[in-house]
Design a binder for this molecule. Structure first.
Ligand code: PLP
Length: 396
């Protein structure tokens, strides 16, 4: 047998972390990596955060799981907190980002297939190079053929248009349109923030045609961009938002948040999850919000984001052949390269013990834990500078 016990769907590298300390990961051979990947925008409190560990430990000892057949004081409390902090009136908890997006898709469809709706409105407009997860619905929602290969037939009911192209979105709206599903800042697509005009234009289109505006904030949400959710910076109120990753700080869970109006089709029996909203996840979510959902923390994220961005902008000037420009918001930053970003990411990792993430569109993602301090920022720039200085662009 040649297949590995772990289904070989990931091209895993040789880094094998066994411990985390604040903003560092320690490999099984003792190598200490500076973690500016954060489990791909997950570990926003870094590793070994006392508040998060304590909350999970206490809850694990008290009650780990109960069925959603019973009342959920823990789920009610976290849902109320999210309702208080965001646009949402109601929250469905999931176990992952893809499930949160799936719930958003169902919510958008159910809005129109509700008694007062127009059941012909089934098509959701999504955007080129989006990433919404790996379930059948979420790969169908993306135009990326590499994710479709081997998994036909896709689910119908999605129409792809260019990202950040309001005219294209407008032209795609018809009597079949149910709504939009969009990442305000594309993550896997290369840290590409949508323009203000685009996001506000989608909101206006949705209002004009009674469509749902659903945002995928799985990667950009939960303080990453310097506000609790990125939509706040666009001055819009969404109808539905999918959130995950950072919300558990490393504990796997997500949520689909919606207004009362948007959730009108999501009544008894329409949706469910065995684990969704279990007490352990709720404890992790509370601990994360305790740490990040306050003006002081969010303002620090913005300050650190500005600091790193301006240092990155200075730094790339030294390597005009390697780097093009910096983009992103808060601590969700991307270094757009003039060459493929993956070999540089590998070089930083293997030769300088610095973890970053490659993304589409020749972008190196810089996604530090939000709790980084000046020491980690200095260490990052030392490693990045050393890495750029001895990087050899692979031939071909
Ligand atoms: N949506 C976005 C924007 C993402 O970045 C991701 C994961 O990278 C997902 C959805 C899927 O989340 P998960 O891997 O938790 O299913």
């Amino acid at each position: 047998m040649s297949i590995t016990p772990l289904m070989p769907v990931y091209p895993r590298c040789d880094v094998r972390p066994v411990r985390g300390e604040h903003c560092h990961l320690i490999d099984e051979d003792g190598t200490r990596y500076l973690d500016f990947a954060s489990g791909i925008a997950v570990n926003l409190l870094g590793h070994s955060h006392e508040g998060l560990i304590g909350a999970i430990q206490r809850q694990a000892a008290e009650l780990m799981h109960v069925s959603n057949l019973y009342g959920s004081p823990q789920g009610e409390a976290l849902a109320q907190r999210l309702v208080d902090l965001t646009f949402a009136d109601t929250v469905f908890f999931t176990n992952s980002g893809a499930e949160a997006v799936e719930t958003a898709i169902k919510t958008v469809r159910a809005y129109h297939q509700h008694d007062d709706g127009d059941a012909n409105r089934t098509e959701i407009i999504t955007f080129a190079n989006a990433f919404h997860g790996r379930t059948m619905a979420t790969i169908s929602a993306s135009n990326q053929e590499k994710m479709h290969k081997g998994f036909q037939p896709l689910l119908g009911g999605f129409r792809y248009v260019e990202f950040d192209d309001l005219e294209a979105a407008k032209a795609a709206v018809g009597p079949q349109t149910a709504g939009f599903l969009v990442e305000p800042i594309q993550g896997e697509g290369g840290i590409r923030p949508a323009s203000m005009e685009f996001m506000q234009g989608l909101r206006a289109l949705a209002d004009e045609h009674d469509l749902m505006l659903a945002l995928d904030e799985v990667q950009c949400g939960v303080a990453r961009t310097g506000t609790l959710y990125a939509y706040e910076q666009y001055g819009i109120t969404p109808d539905v938002v999918a959130t995950a990753k950072g919300i558990g700080g490393g504990f796997p869970f997500g949520a689909c948040m919606a207004t009362e109006k948007a959730a009108r089709g999501m009544g008894f029996g329409t949706h469910g999850s065995t684990y969704g909203g279990n007490p352990l996840a709720m404890a992790a979510g509370m601990a994360v919000l305790d740490a990040v959902a306050n003006d002081e923390f969010l303002s620090e994220v913005r300050t650190k984001g500005k600091k790193i961005r301006s240092r990155l902008e200075q730094f790339i000037g030294n390597y005009p052949d390697l780097f093009d420009y910096v983009r992103g918001m808060g601590l969700m930053l991307g270094l757009r390269m003039k060459v493929e970003s993956r070999p540089f990411m590998v070089h930083l990792r293997d030769s300088h013990d610095l973890l970053t993430v490659a993304a589409g569109d020749q972008t190196l993602r810089v996604l530090p834990p939000l709790v980084i301090g000046d020491a980690e920022i200095d260490e990052f720039f030392e490693k990045l500078s050393a890495g750029a200085a001895d990087f050899v662009v692979p031939a071909g």
